[in-house]
Structure formats: C-alpha cells, structure tokens
Design a protein around this ligand. Structure first.
Ligand code: GDP
Ligand code: ZN
Length: 373
C-alpha cells in the first residue's frame, strides 16, 4: 500500500534523489520530529507556497500538500501556517494527497515587519545567511543596508554583504565604498562580485555551503537574479526590470521558491523577499535605531516625529550629547527615503477602509432583504 502511494505521487514528479541533509535537515529537526508521538509522519521541506497550497520536497519526491483541518483550526496567526523553508511533518491520507500536520520549530525567520499589522508576515524560514546585495549604479545606501541587517539579525539570520557590479566602477571607487561599508558594519563579511566579468564569483561560491540555506535581498536591479542564476548554472530566475515586475504578479508565485545550487547550497527566492525593502520600512526604522526609539518613550507627544516637536526627548538627547548626532542624521535620512513608501501604505489603508465600507453596505443590504422575505 505504502509503495503504491509513493508511486502515485512520484508519477507527477521529476525530481532527482537527494539526501534530507542536503536539503538542510539536521539533528535539530530530527530531534523535533522524534518529539511527535506519531512516528508515521515523515519530514519534508516547503519549497513553494501559493495561496494556502504548498509544494514539498523530501529525499525522493516533490509533491503538493495542504495543511490538516486540525492545523487550520488551531492556527491563530499567519505564523502558524507553513512558510517556504519550513520543515514540516506530513502524512499521505490517500493516493493523491499529502497533509501537513506540524511545522517543526524554525531556526530562523525572515519577517516582514509592520507597524499596522502586529502579526509579522513570515516570508521564509530556516535561512542561514542573507546576502545583502548592493550595486554602485543603483541608489546605493548604507542606511538601507542597515535596514536589511536589522531584518536579518532580528530573525536569527547571518547578514553578509555582496557588493555587485564591480565592473561598473573604478578600483578607487570600489575601495572607498568598501571602506564605508566596513566602517558601518565592522563585523560583516563583504564580497565584491561582478556577474559580467565573473570577478569574485568563485570566492562567493566557495563561501556557499552544501545543505545550508541562503537568500538574496536588496533593491530591485542590483543583480540578485543574475547572481542566483550564476550559482544555479542556468537561467531559472528571470532577470531584468520587466520580468521583475512580472515576478511580483502571479507568474512567479506558482514557481518553485527553494532551489538547489550547483555546489549544493540552497537558495530561497520568492516574491515576498523581493518586497522586503519596499514595504513597512517604518518598523525597520525603529529597529535599526533602537536607541532613538528608547529615548522616544519620553517624548511629550506619543506621535512625535522627533524632528521639530517641543518636549521631544530625542532632540534633547542629541542636544545634551547622549545621542550621537551622526546617528540622528541617519535616522532623518531613513525617514526621508521612506516617505514615498509610507504614502503607498496610506493608500493601502484607504483601500482597506473602502473595502470595509463595501462589506458593511452589503451586509446591510442582505439584512434588509431577509427582513423583506
Ligand atoms: P535583481 O532585480 O536584483 O534580481 O537584478 P537582476 O539580476 O535582474 O539584474 C538587473 C540588471 O543588472 C540586469 O540587466 C543584469 O544583466 C544586470 N547585472 C547584474 N549583475 C551585473 C554585474 O555584475 N555587472 C553589470 N554590469 N550588470 C549586471
Ligand atoms: Zn520626539
């Protein structure tokens, strides 16, 4: 019976055989698996997610699955649902279906933080290293990098800097940018790469380890897809501005989001990851400048912007030398950079309100009809 099930599922799949460890499985997850009394459940990793259905991968198969009714019933937040990168325990209730019973504890999470929605959305999990990609031709910004650092570190992911497109600048410019970076992030590794000339590609590839999981974050156009394709050895991820737009839509979503690289490293790339830098940076600001937000608790007004208000504890701290002026200047710059993104967040909220009104009207209308009947 078991054999038949497996054959049926395999029939839909074309994956090559791989060890669980090569997919990132470890003693940690194995111990967690053993803690579940149901020993018939098998571990598998989520390699894609799309509107509540999942694609999973284990040693032999790639298969789709849904979460069990019990799991849905006990879920109280988005984080209770599987995310790409999760290790889960599954069963095969019948020949054509697989069911996710449990998410094994996450070792790390990439979260999109939001001030408006307290339940942070998990974009991906169990990532070892986040490559923060910057390129000198794009709006290069140390502040933005700091934001990515904060997102990675708060999720227990190690941030590593990749300065890509080194072919576009002189050696002197490259050295100066590198120095700025290591001043600001003294503990971080910095790789310099060019997909165009392949400079630094071997070094970065050598850093990527078999069975470890990576992601590439950074503004659109810095070369994330190009780098991933280089390490995949084939063009799976679409590059260029136009396809990036498409990736945000429905095209990318049904695609696989966890990839095995040529050298055995694992990469997660999904639409949510592409959007990290864009949305909800407001929350990031508070995180990056924790000292500022600590001072801000003593501001006279709860909605103080710390720019001009009377009774602002942040401004006072700067004046009295308790807060580094340079840090405060960075804070202001981040806020300016973030302004148009918060605008679109306002627009989103406005949309929500309109939708809410529509629902209300619909309910009213329905009630009226019921009364008439
Ligand atoms: P993404 O939005 O971060 O995924 O960026 P893409 O990988 O789509 O790259 C955006 C553009 O930059 C494409 O036209 C790439 O060919 C180009 N590009 C990527 N890496 C390099 C590089 O190292 N040097 C140069 N000159 N161009 C690059
Ligand atoms: Zn203030």
């Amino acid at each position: 019976m078991q054999i038949r099930k497996e054959r049926e599922i395999r029939m839909n799949e074309t994956s090559e055989k791989i060890e669980l460890e090569d997919l990132g499985y470890s003693d940690f997850f194995e111990d967690c698996r053993k803690a579940n009394p149901d020993i018939s459940l098998i571990p598998a990793r989520i390699v894609a997610e799309h509107k509540g259905s999942y694609v999973l991968r284990n040693e032999k198969y790639e298969f789709s699955a849904k979460v069990t009714g019990k799991m849905m019933f006990t879920a109280s937040a988005r984080r209770d649902y599987p995310a790409v990168g999760d290790w889960v325990l599954v069963s095969f209730p019948d020949d054509n279906n697989a069911a996710v019973h449990e998410i094994l504890p996450r070792r790390s999470v990439l979260k999109r933080k939001s001030l408006t929605k307290p339940d942070a959305q998990i974009i991906a999990s169990n990532i070892d290293v986040a490559f923060i990609v910057q390129s000198p031709d794009r709006d290069f910004s140390l502040n933005r990098m700091e934001r990515y650092f904060s997102i990675a570190e708060s999720g227990n992911i190690k941030p590593v800097i990749v300065l890509n497109k080194t072919d576009l600048i002189s050696r002197e410019q490259l050295e100066s940018i590198r120095n700025d970076m290591s001043d600001r992030f003294p503990r971080a590794s910095i790789f310099r790469t060019s997909v165009a000339t392949r400079e630094g590609i071997e070094e970065l590839s050598g850093f990527i380890r078999k069975g470890h999981t990576y992601c590439f974050v950074g503004s659109s156009g810095v070369g994330k897809s190009s780098l991933i394709n280089t390490f995949l050895g084939k063009d799976i991820i679409k590059t260029g501005e136009i396809s990036i737009q498409r990736n945000r839509g429905r095209h990318m979503t049904t695609h696989r989001q966890l990839f095995v690289l040529k050298n055995g490293g694992l990469v997660i790339d999904n639409p949510g990851m592409r959007e990290i830098g864009l949305i909800d940076a407001g929350a990031g600001i508070e995180n990056v400048f924790e000292d500022i937000s600590a001072f801000s608790k003593n501001c006279q007004f709860s909605d103080c912007t710390h720019i001009h208000e009377p009774g602002c504890a942040v401004l006072l701290a700067v004046r009295e030398g308790n807060l580094d002026g340079k840090r405060y200047a960075n804070f202001l710059k981040l806020i300016r950079e973030n302004k148009h993104h918060s605008m679109s967040m306002l627009e989103m909220r406005e949309k929500d309100r309109r939708f809410g009104r529509m629902v209300k009207q619909f309910k009213k209308h329905k009630k009226k009809q019921e009364r008439i009947r």
